[in-house]
Design a protein around this ligand. Structure first.
Ligand SMILES: Nc1ncnc2c1ncn2[C@@H]1O[C@H](COP(=O)(O)OP(=O)(O)OP(=O)(O)O)[C@@H](O)[C@H]1O
Length: 220
C-alpha cells in the first residue's frame, strides 16, 4: 500500500488556544477514513492542514513522501492542484458555466489539453449518472445533481488524496444516501485515499476506518 498522506506530530494552535496537538496519521491509497469529533474539535482544521490550505502550528505534513514544510505558497498550490481533491458541504460551482465546464476547469488550470479534459469530465459525469445534464448550468440542476458535479470536479485531476467535509450534509436524507453511494463507489474505483469529516455516525460507519478528534487528540 502506498502512503498518500502522513501527518507527524501535527499541532493546530490559535494564539494561546490549542485545538489539537501531536496528531499522527497515515492515509494510504484505496483507503477510506471517516473523521468524527464534536463541533469545534478541529475536523475542518485538520482537513485544511492535510489539504495544504493551511500550515500546521507544529509537526510535518508529507504528501506521497514529500515533506511540504520547505515549499512556498506556489509549490504548495501546485502540489495541491495535482494531488488533492476537495468536496465541501456546499458545491461552490461557478453559476455561469455548464456542469461539463465546471468539471473541466481544474484540469485546464492544471495544464491539461481541452480534449483530454473534456473526455475525462464527461466520463466522470456519466459514471455519476449525469450524462444527460452535461450542458446544464448549476441553477438548472437539483441539489443532489450539483453535489455530484462537485464530486466529479474534485476527481478530474485523478488526485491521490480526496478530502471531503460533510459532502452530502446539505442534502435531504434520501438524496444524501443516493449521492453518498455514488460518491463511495467512485472513490473506490478511482483508488484515492479518502478522508471524510462528518457528524453523521451512520455515514461514518459505512467507511472501513473511523477516527475521532477527542480531547485534542486523534483516537481510533
Ligand atoms: N482563524 C481562527 N482563529 C481562532 N480560532 C479559530 C480560527 N479558525 C478556527 N478556530 C477555532 O478552532 C476550532 C476548530 O474549528 P474547526 O472548524 O476545525 O472545527 P470542526 O470540528 O470542523 O467544527 P464543526 O463540526 O462545527 O464544523 C474552533 O473552536 C474554532 O473556533
Amino acid at each position: 500500500m502506498s502512503k498518500v498522506l502522513e501527518l507527524i506530530g501535527v499541532d493546530r494552535r490559535y494564539g494561546e488556544l490549542t485545538i489539537f496537538e501531536g496528531l499522527d496519521l497515515t492515509l494510504e491509497r484505496g483507503g477510506a477514513t471517516a473523521l468524527l469529533g464534536s463541533s469545534g474539535s478541529g475536523k475542518s482544521s485538520l482537513l485544511h492542514i492535510a489539504g495544504l490550505l493551511e500550515k500546521p502550528s507544529g509537526g510535518r505534513v508529507l504528501i506521497e513522501g514529500q515533506d511540504t514544510a520547505a515549499l512556498g505558497d506556489g509549490g504548495r498550490t501546485a502540489l495541491r492542484r495535482v494531488k488533492i481533491g476537495f468536496v465541501y458541504q456546499f458545491h461552490h460551482l461557478l453559476p455561469e458555466f455548464s456542469a461539463l465546464r465546471n468539471v473541466m476547469i481544474p484540469a485546464l488550470i492544471a495544464g491539461s489539453g481541452k480534449g483530454a479534459a473534456e473526455e475525462r469530465a464527461k466520463e466522470l459525469l456519466v459514471r455519476l449518472g449525469l450524462g444527460e445534464r452535461l450542458g446544464h448550468q448549476p441553477a438548472q440542476l437539483s441539489g443532489g445533481e450539483k453535489q455530484r458535479v462537485a464530486i466529479a470536479r474534485a476527481l478530474i485531476n485523478k488526485p491521490a488524496l480526496l478530502l471531503a467535509d460533510e459532502p452530502t450534509g446539505n442534502l435531504d436524507q434520501e438524496t444524501s444516501a443516493r449521492v453518498f453511494e455514488l460518491f463511495l463507489g467512485l472513490t473506490r474505483e478511482e483508488g484515492v485515499a479518502l478522508m471524510m469529516a462528518t457528524h453523521d455516525q451512520e455515514l461514518a460507519a459505512r467507511l472501513p476506518r473511523t477516527l475521532r478528534i477527542e480531547d485534542k487528540h486523534l483516537i481510533g
